[in-house]
Design a protein around this ligand. Structure first.
Ligand code: GLP
Length: 255
């Protein structure tokens, strides 16, 4: 696991976008795992710029999003589908049929979850998965206590997570209680992980994730077990780490 501490949010976003763009450029059929939340917004902005200014081509890109609220229609302005469309998809040349966001209004959600897992495999697996982190250490909507081997399924949201996300809804009553989420096992199957965090509010979760023991009570700690994971954070999010971490990725020039 590589930890990179950048000076600010713009630098985090640029590095994450560059890593994703490198994967898109190097594969004939890149499969990218995407995340929602405020943290990856800057990364999506950079990716849109790379498309507009440098012609980063999304025509062959296949995407799988981590999660979606149960009971929220894709056209709802708080659905994760809507978020992705507004912040990325509508500004790049991705094909609609290549976009996958969990369906929170599927009649048979269990069947949908199985289909989603199968679809990831059918497309050759995820090349790189982008992740944010919840204040309680959740990844996607795998709340504390989630099985470290879990697959795509419905999860009950923690009260803290509902409170954190309440700012986006008119009232607390409107905040969904459940979400469909890729499991921790699903996320760990991606060939590469990039976990982003900024702001002091994430410092506790990041300290546990990077330097704490692996535990289902802090789901993000599982990233320590991944063969190719990069944690990219800003100085405030790194505020509770006990060791020093570099500002630049390691570069090996092995010929
Ligand atoms: C939600 C999402 C997570 C995200 C988290 C943090 O719970 N399901 O994928 O990492 O929020 O959000 P933010 O980036 O806004 O802090």
């Amino acid at each position: 696991m590589e930890v990179i501490v950048k000076k600010d949010y713009t630098e985090i976003s640029k590095l994450a976008a560059k890593k994703i763009a490198d994967v898109i450029k190097s594969k004939s059929k890149p499969v990218i795992g995407l995340a929602t939340g405020s943290t990856p917004l800057g990364t999506y902005k950079e990716l849109v710029n790379l498309h507009k200014d440098e012609g980063l081509d999304w025509s062959k890109v296949i995407t799988f999003n981590l999660d979606e609220y149960v009971g929220i229609d894709p056209s709802h302005d708080q659905s994760y589908y809507y978020f992705m469309r507004e912040n990325l998809f509508k500004s790049v040349n991705i094909k609609k049929e290549n976009i996958h966001v969990p369906n929170g209004i599927a009649k048979d959600i269990s069947a949908f979850c199985k289909w989603y897992e199968d679809e990831i495999i059918k497309n050759g697996g995820i090349d790189v998965q982008l992740l944010g982190i919840g204040g309680n250490g959740h990844i996607a909507f795998n709340e504390p206590g989630s099985s470290l081997g879990s697959r795509t399924r419905v999860k009950t949201l923690d009260e803290q997570t509902r409170k954190d996300n309440a700012r986006f809804f008119k009232s607390m009553d409107e905040v969904p209680k459940y979400a469909v989420t890729m499991g921790i096992g699903t996320i760990m199957d991606a060939r590469e992980l990039i976990l982003l965090a900024n702001k002091e509010t994430k410092a506790d979760a990041i300290a546990k994730t990077v330097e704490g023991p692996v535990t289902a009570m802090v789901p993000a700690t599982i990233v320590q077990m991944h063969p190719k994971a990069t944690i990219i954070i800003d100085k405030p999010a790194a505020g509770k780490l006990s060791r020093e971490y570099p500002e630049e990725p390691r570069i090996f020039n092995i010929k």
